[in-house]
Design a protein around this ligand. Sequence first.
Ligand code: AKB
Length: 305
Amino acid sequence: MGACGQIGTELTTQLRNKYAAHKVIASDIKEGSQELMQGGPFEILDAMDYEAVQDVVIRYEITDVYLMAAMLSATAEKFPMKAWNLNMNSLFNVLNLARDKKIEKVFWPSSIAVFGSTTPKTDTPQRTVMEPSTVYGISKQTGERWCEYYHKRYDVDVRSIRYPGLISYTTLPGGGTTDYAVDIYYKALKHKKYISFLGAETTLPMMYMDDAINATIGIMEADKSEIKIRSSYNLAAMSFNPEEIAASIREHVPAFSISYKPDFRQAIADSWPQSIDDSAAREDWGWEHKISLEEMTKIMLDNIE
Ligand code: AKB
């Protein structure tokens, strides 16, 4: 579900390549690219509509659900109740289907947004103070608690990771605080300049999409006994700020310049960690990242061009 979004698009493609296209049922509330909609079964589906979700699950005999439908941090601040309803109700729908043994396994994405300004900022531990101050963060933290509860109480096989900011060139992100790190590449190629809505030294945890997809499929394929955390796993690859990503772009586009005009998203970013300790994911189910900032910049610039 949420197959047409930034993560969903690439996850759908990878799952189709891995398991055969006819075995992967993509769905979203809206239409996606022709490639996505014609590359395998596709259903228009509202993740908040329990009956409709159940109908698709039964019709296609679905066993594993990846729930990628969500409203991200910046948009959620504009529509708090809408964000809460979407982020929570869609999760309850799949958790309840799993509790009732209509599906076997659930993937649900959490985020670094579960942390808040009272959390240690660097090498943020797996288990630590969590006082999120955004609607999105509150919904993700609450979701984590429910995932663990459904696992303990109903033996639901739910698996989750706390995504950092994700960078990709296939589908644009929408409504996140980390979106600048995608937009900057497009503006660098088109205008050779970028106005950042986050300040120069706002360091955040980030990851190239291929690593995020590998982590997502990796945790779902791991043996059940390896998944020791049923709330959500910390996950990390790199951390950088706007100044550092700009410097990496300048290696390829020497004339590129960046200026700063922080907006309401600055406060959101300031409440999040700068780097994450993901040793639990590495030890429990063998997570490892591959792509560095330098490699990512090259991939982004080559492919957008
Ligand atoms: C956002 O910025 O809202 C997301 C996230 C970090 O979960 N990319």
